[in-house]
Design a binder for this molecule. Sequence first.
Ligand SMILES: NC(=O)c1ccc[n+]([C@@H]2O[C@H](COP(=O)([O-])OP(=O)(O)OC[C@H]3O[C@@H](n4cnc5c(N)ncnc54)[C@H](O)[C@@H]3O)[C@@H](O)[C@H]2O)c1
Length: 264
Amino acid sequence: MIEGLLKGKSVVITGSASGVGRAAAELFAAHGARLICADIALDLLEETIAAVKAAGGEARAVRCDVSQKSDVAAAVKAAVEAYGRIDVIYNNVGIPSPKTEQGTMAKLVENTDAQIEKLYAVNVNGVIYGCQLAVEQFRAQGGGGVIVNTASVAGLIGWGGVLYGSTKGAVVNLTRALAIEVAGEGIRVNSVCPAGMATRFITGDRGPLPDAAIERMGQAYPLGRVIDPLDTAKAALFLASDLSSNITGVNLPVDGGLSAGKPL
Ligand SMILES: NC(=O)c1ccc[n+]([C@@H]2O[C@H](COP(=O)([O-])OP(=O)(O)OC[C@H]3O[C@@H](n4cnc5c(N)ncnc54)[C@H](O)[C@@H]3O)[C@@H](O)[C@H]2O)c1
């Protein structure tokens, strides 16, 4: 077991009240990170903070709507005020494709202007703001620093809704292009690209899916099991830590082989 991969590092994780972000908060803290946990869902965020602290970790909550640049700036500032610097930002927030009134995923022509604006404001602008503000802070600290984004397998292949996939495709190529732009400053930029996970992203307020439904979801993947938020958090830990010190511009699928191809 490798330990202390983020020992003493100051890390901001957005979307850490639930799902992948909560799993990452608990895992990163167990590896010694000092956390700023940012989210709009304050009640759930307090549960994340309590879980991290109960395990002996360090975490503070910041209310942050990532579609508002000033909120993201406040999260970065909170890290600098609390821990003196920021070493890693994990831009993890994402919301799903809009649904129709019948509860099915809306087709592209069914998406309203307001839905398009909201999805881009959260899934794309939120990541752009996190990257901009982290790079500015990394520069003020003299260079170095790590950015991890949560994209999606929907950004790599045509899967998971057209509008959502287009936002994640933007995150995928932002990750590549920014990695090249800032490589000379010792800043690394990578993303994790998960496939379907049974989080609130899928269930909303309906509570956890029954085990049988989760098992059925898993049958869609070559490795035969559904992706767990912790699977994605582990990939993010790898990209956030020095284990990946010579890796940048990568969009790492966490998809049980889904994007690799189809059997003959
Ligand atoms: N669950 C899946 O099937 C799946 C598949 C591929 C990619 N992803 C991506 O994984 C990431 C994490 O999703 P998850 O499955 O953990 O979902 P989740 O809904 O469990 O967690 C998302 C978190 O983001 C927060 N959030 C939503 N809008 C916000 C905003 N404007 N500002 C700040 N916080 C906000 C929510 O409160 C929640 O805590 C997202 O980027 C998502 O697009 C999810």
